[in-house]
Design a protein around this ligand. Sequence first.
Ligand code: TYD
Ligand code: MG
Length: 455
Amino acid sequence: MSKLKVKYACQDCGHESAKWLGRCPGCGAWNTLVEELAARKEPRGAFFTGGVAAKPMPITKVDTASFPRMATGLKEFDRVLGGGIVPGAMVLIGGDPGIGKSTLLLQAACSISGQYGQVLYVSGEESAAQTRMRAERVNRLHDNMLIMTETNLESIIQSAAHVKPSLLVIDSIQTMYSPEIPSAPGSVGQVRDCTAKLLRLAKERDIPIAIIGHVTKDGNIAGPRLLEHMVDVVLYFEGERNYAFRVLRAMKNRFGSTSESGIFAMEEEGLAEVKNPSGILLSERPEGAPGSVVLASMEGVRPLLIEIQALVSTTCFGMPRRTAVGFDYNRLILLLAVLEKRVGQMLANQDCYVNAVGGIKVSEPAADLPVALAIASSYRNMPLDAKTVVVGEVGLTGEVRMVSRIEERIGEAVNLGFRRFVIPSGNAAAFKGKRAGLEIIGVASVQEAMEAVFV
Ligand code: TYD
Ligand code: MG
């Protein structure tokens, strides 16, 4: 593979082909093959040289104490990282433009430079003055915070080797280029080669590196998937740009759990922690309005109450319109079919709009039942009881399936004053929490749930 004169490579999986193909033979994706100008050199040498003995040894003798972590000054960020940044770790942060990736890393960089010594922040997107102005707003400036506006990776690596920073930030990998590769910055070959070089720097000199990566239209980090395999930690920063809420999720973490998530709000002075996200998300809820249902969702290992809204109205002409914001469109279509076929709601001539309020993305199956009930509530023009919380996954036969961590979900809702719970019957049977003063209704099907909430 190393001497192959590659002409085309897949942006998703890195599959190489001598001629252009509409569909990648490697991963089956369409239109992902892009031209590369020359054969690449495969990165030579070991990726992983971080003090690991080359000879076999019993696992019980392996020293685990050598994992000192650097706190980033943002508790939520530390939590997602598994307790802070590990020396020599490569962290990749992806997210939509304008979501706050640069702000997050700048805040962390300022804080780390104050505590642990020099930090090198390399920006290929903004000028040094712009970066300074932003840094002044988000944190106290320190002389240990070094800014460099450069896109040539060779000189970045030279500077980093000279400075030996406690953290190197690359904003963003798509603007960097390696002079050895003739293709343009952001191309598959460039991104891959630059990442490989940075990886070697991180592992050989024990410098932790945080890389910002842009995402493609469908939300993956642009460039080959290989990028995600090479780095130690992959984080996604998500949210709606018009709302203050931001969620940082770990997709891969070699030094911690991927079920942790961090919740931030974008404010005037940068990103801030959110103390009571559920309370804020529900603060503008129209109690007693048809089409509004409260879902007890899990954001990683953290419970989060989210309001689901649906609006159903008769289609004026042609095809009914269906839209979903913050919820999977195909899942919505499936739930409409279940409501039509299993519950007998005539929705074929109804437009249907579903929204997870607050710019939050709900990707859990536990949101199925709340969405179905919100649709039914709007269609029948009948509100649910305002102190009711709903969770449950819906199957194709209209059955309601169990969800994980029911105790945490109910606990969070009880803290916010909810007393009535419509949950899968399997979960109701297993629920061990305090029931005093709570009304817990176990339902086995969507039909049963409808009977429980619409009296
Ligand atoms: P930015 O970090 O530049 O996003 P990214 O690097 O992901 O493209 O953040 C951009 C947005 O954040 C910008 O629209 C302005 C907003 N913002 C604030 O609201 N408050 C702040 O203190 C900062 C620094 C940015
Ligand atoms: Mg940016």
